[in-house]
Design a protein around this ligand. Structure first.
Ligand SMILES: C[S@@+](CC[C@H](N)C(=O)[O-])C[C@H]1O[C@@H](n2cnc3c(N)ncnc32)[C@H](O)[C@@H]1O
Length: 191
C-alpha cells in the first residue's frame, strides 16, 4: 500500500520533455511536479472555478503552463501538436473514454507518449462487482461528481491505439477504498 500522492505525481511526470497537453487539470495539482525539461504545458479544464484555481497554480509552476477551457472529447487544438499527454485521475470522470483517448491520440505527434495515473476496476471479482453496481446505478458518479470506479482504463488506452510501455498497479491508502487499485504508466501512440 502506498500513501504519498505527491510522490506518485512526481513519478507520473518524471523525464517529460517538449510540449505537453494535460486534460482535466482540475485546480492544477500536477503543475508543480513538472520537470524543468518540459517546454510548455497546455492544461485543459472545463470547470470555471477549478480553471481559476489552475490559473493561480500556473503562475507558481516551475515550467510554462497555459490553462484553457474545453473538454477532453473535443480538444480545441491542432493535430500532432504535442510530444506528450497527461491523464491524471480524469479518465474516471470523462463521460466516455474512447472519444477522449481518440482526441489525445489526434493531438499527439506519431509515437508521442501518454502518461496516465488513474484508478480502475479491481481484479478481485467480488470487489469489481460492487464497483460495477455503484457505477451502473449511478451511486458513485452521483457521490463523486461524475467519477466512475469500475472502468477498465488500461484496456481503453490500448483500444484507442496506444501501446503500453510501462505499467505499475498499486493501492493508494487503505485497500478497501473503492478508488483502488491505481494504475500508473506510460503508453505510446502507435504510428
Ligand atoms: C478528480 S479531478 C482530477 C484533477 C487533476 N487531474 C488531478 O490529478 O488532481 C477530475 C477532473 O476532470 C475534469 N473533467 C471532468 N470531465 C471532463 C471532460 N469531459 N474533459 C476534461 N476534463 C474533465 C473535472 O472538471 C476535474 O477537474
Amino acid at each position: 500500500m502506498e500513501h504519498d500522492v505527491g510522490e506518485r505525481r512526481d513519478e507520473l511526470l518524471a523525464g517529460l520533455c517538449g510540449r505537453v497537453i494535460e486534460i482535466g487539470a482540475g485546480n492544477g495539482m500536477n503543475f508543480r511536479h513538472y520537470p524543468a525539461t518540459t517546454d510548455e504545458v497546455v492544461a485543459i479544464e472545463p470547470e470555471a472555478y477549478l480553471r481559476h484555481l489552475a490559473e493561480h497554480a500556473a503562475r507558481h509552476a516551475p515550467v510554462r503552463v497555459s490553462v484553457r477551457g474545453g473538454l477532453a472529447e473535443a480538444l480545441p487544438l491542432k493535430d500532432g501538436e504535442f510530444d506528450a499527454a497527461v491523464a491524471s485521475l480524469v479518465l474516471c470522470s470523462v463521460a466516455e473514454q474512447s472519444p477522449a483517448l481518440a482526441e489525445l491520440r489526434r493531438v499527439l505527434k506519431p509515437g508521442g507518449e501518454l502518461r496516465f495515473f488513474e484508478h480502475v476496476r479491481a481484479e478481485a471479482p467480488r470487489r469489481a462487482r460492487v464497483q460495477g453496481a455503484l457505477d451502473r446505478f449511478g451511486a458513485w458518479p452521483f457521490l463523486a461528481g461524475g467519477c466512475h470506479c469500475s472502468r477498465e482504463t488500461v484496456g481503453a488506452i490500448e483500444a484507442a491505439g496506444f501501446e503500453i510501455e510501462r505499467l505499475r498497479r498499486f493501492e493508494l491508502g487503505p485497500s478497501w477504498v473503492l478508488t483502488n487499485p491505481i494504475v500508473l504508466g506510460v503508453a505510446r501512440a502507435r504510428a
